[in-house]
Write a protein that binds this ligand. Structure first.
Ligand code: TYM
Length: 332
């Protein structure tokens, strides 16, 4: 029996190089050896105000980005969260077990409520409980994510313990986070003390996986570094350069040491130019495939339907067990 992997991305903006390096690049490497489910977190997107038309368009766009980045719909179950109603239902059960204090400690809630001061809604607060439902419905063994999601997965693990203590062991499986050693936190290009985020208002801070070559070049070449000239990985003193070296290292599969040697005696400008070329080379085929997929709505609908059918069946098995365990009568 293959182990089960589940992960997803919230449908806002476009996927960035951070999402690719921290998560999706790893998802594609797992698809042959694991039973994988990858979903489009459209319900999570509603925690910030969305233009309804744009959200619909983005859901297709994200699906096309997933596939263009290498997720094969034949090997993975790819689906939209809102197509599987069991996510919202399990979330309710888990909400009744989630202490407010645990949610209050979530860094992302604190950050987002500072950013969206006029829309601090209950969904933003209970967002990690929905995430737990996403994971637990499929009895996932591992959840491949970037560093920023670790705290949410810890909450999910706490909820498994609370649930098992109250209703019995073995109904919900304890998941493990799966976080890569390099690239789990790609930083903003202009401000390397901040995480690269797809919802950043300043486009210069991120490279989107569907940016064209010109944009990519401009963004990488204007990334903030420092006034030194030695190419060396030093996170504390040279955070901007360290971020570029991390991106370079993951995309080229070369270690920091190898890169430092290659750039001995060369200027930061050399490295930025070469890195820009490497990112363009990596993403150019993605953009071609993406444009092609976006012209084929029927195919995208077919992937969504197939994914939702398979995911729903599995989700219902877990939800049925949970409803039984908590004492809800099955519909006669
Ligand atoms: P989201 O959409 O913010 O990000 C998708 C994935 O990309 C990772 N990531 C990064 N990795 C490295 N550097 C960065 N700068 C960076 N930015 C984002 C994220 O860690 C994530 O793995 N809440 C989730 C979506 C979600 C989910 C789930 C994930 C909903 N339910 C259940 C796993 C399991 C989110 O908003 O990810």
């Amino acid at each position: 029996m293959k182990k089960t992997i589940l992960s997803g991305s919230t449908v806002t903006g476009d996927l960035t190089l951070g999402n690719y390096i921290g998560a999706i690049n790893n998802w594609t490497q797992l698809q042959d050896d694991y039973d994988c489910l990858y979903f489009l977190a459209d319900l999570h997107a509603l925690t910030v105000q969305q233009d309804p038309k744009l959200l619909k368009e983005r859901t297709y766009s994200f699906l096309a980005q997933y596939v263009a980045l290498g997720l094969d719909p034949q090997k993975n179950i790819i689906f939209a969260q809102s197509h599987v109603h069991q996510h919202a239902e399990l979330m309710w059960i888990l909400s009744c077990l989630t202490p407010m204090g645990n949610l209050n400690r979530m860094t992302q809630f604190k950050e987002k409520s500072e950013k969206h001061t006029k829309n601090i809604n209950a969904g933003l607060f209970t967002y990690p409980t929905l995430m737990a439902a996403d994971i637990l419905l499929y009895q996932a063994d591992k959840v491949p994510v970037g560093e920023d999601q670790k705290q949410h997965i810890e909450l999910c693990r706490d909820l498994v313990t609370y649930f098992s203590n109250r209703y019995g062991e073995g109904i919900l499986k304890m998941p493990e986070p799966f976080i890569a050693k390099t690239g789990a936190r790609i930083m903003s290009l202009q401000d390397p003390t901040k995480k690269m985020s797809k919802s950043d208002e300043n486009e210069k801070n991120f490279v989107s996986v569907i940016d064209d070559a010109k944009k990519i070049e401009k963004k990488i070449k204007s990334a903030t570094t420092d006034s030194d000239i030695v190419v060396k990985y030093d996170l504390e003193n040279k955070p901007g350069l360290a971020n570029l070296l991390t991106i370079y290292s993951v995309l080229s599969k070369k270690s920091y040491e190898t890169l430092e040697k290659e750039y001995e005696g060369k200027m930061y400008g050399h490295l930025k130019g070469d890195l820009a070329n490497l990112v363009v080379e990596t993403l150019a085929p993605v953009k071609i495939k993406y444009d092609d997929l976006m012209k084929n709505r029927d195919y995208l609908d077919q992937v969504l339907k197939q994914g939702a059918d398979k995911a729903s069946q599995r989700a219902q098995v877990t939800l049925g067990k949970v409803y039984d365990a908590v004492g809800l009568v099955r519909r006669p």
